[in-house]
Design a protein around this ligand. Structure first.
Ligand SMILES: Cc1cc2nc3c(=O)[nH]c(=O)nc-3n(C[C@H](O)[C@H](O)[C@H](O)COP(=O)(O)O)c2cc1C
Length: 180
């Protein structure tokens, strides 16, 4: 596989070594020869979308912060992995801060290229609990032409991924399907 394939990984848990981060990194690293760009949102300084709508008028986003290179990778990646824990029945606030800032991508490119994405959601409660969070992220990504598959993980049902070789293998398998 050529090195030109780039996987953008968005880690939206505050835990760099937590369940969703572990599974997302395993999935990305299973793709042979791909360039993996990991964005740990909790380590970045960035602001909320200010709702100025300049991007809708084709103008640059006035926010020049740590999220700019993340949005560039999101724009240019060949595949995407989003890792999202469930907090109070939805994704983290950090995730939503990031997602709102992707508004520019939805307005600048009317027909984005077809790409694959993997959404990894982890909950404390059984996996059913993570489904609405995963389905919502999937819906948003599909509007940008990402064919999106979902991996659901539950600490109650599966324990921690680092101690669960089957779960890690499942993540790797799903990572490999990003480039069929
Ligand atoms: C503030 C907070 C809220 C949470 N809310 C829920 C919840 O509503 N439902 C649930 O199943 N788990 C909930 N959890 C548990 C996490 O979803 C679970 O521990 C998950 O595996 C964390 O993933 P991570 O290690 O990638 O951060 C919550 C955890 C925190 C810290």
């Amino acid at each position: 596989m050529s090195m030109s394939r780039m996987i953008c990984v968005i880690l939206s848990s505050p835990s760099r070594k937590g369940s969703t981060s572990t599974l997302a990194v395993a999935a990305a690293e299973a793709v042979e020869g791909a360039e993996v760009r990991i964005h740990f949102l909790n380590g970045l300084k960035f602001r909320d979308c200010q709702g100025c709508h300049l991007c809708k008028q084709g103008k640059p986003c006035p926010l020049k912060d740590d999220l700019v290179p993340v949005l560039d990778d999101l724009r240019n990646c060949d595949a995407l992995i989003v890792a999202a824990p469930v907090y109070f029945g939805r994704a983290t606030g950090l995730y939503y801060m990031y997602e709102d800032r992707t508004f520019k991508l939805y307005t600048e490119q009317k027909e984005p290229p077809a790409r694959n994405a993997l959404v990894i959601v982890s909950s404390g409660a059984p996996v059913e609990h993570g489904k609405p969070t995963a389905e919502r992220i999937k819906r948003i990504l599909e509007r940008r032409n990402f064919s999106t598959s979902v991996l659901l993980h539950s600490t109650r049902e599966h324990g921690l991924p680092k101690d669960n070789p089957e779960m890690l293998e499942k993540a790797r398998e799903m990572g490999r399907t990003l480039f069929p």
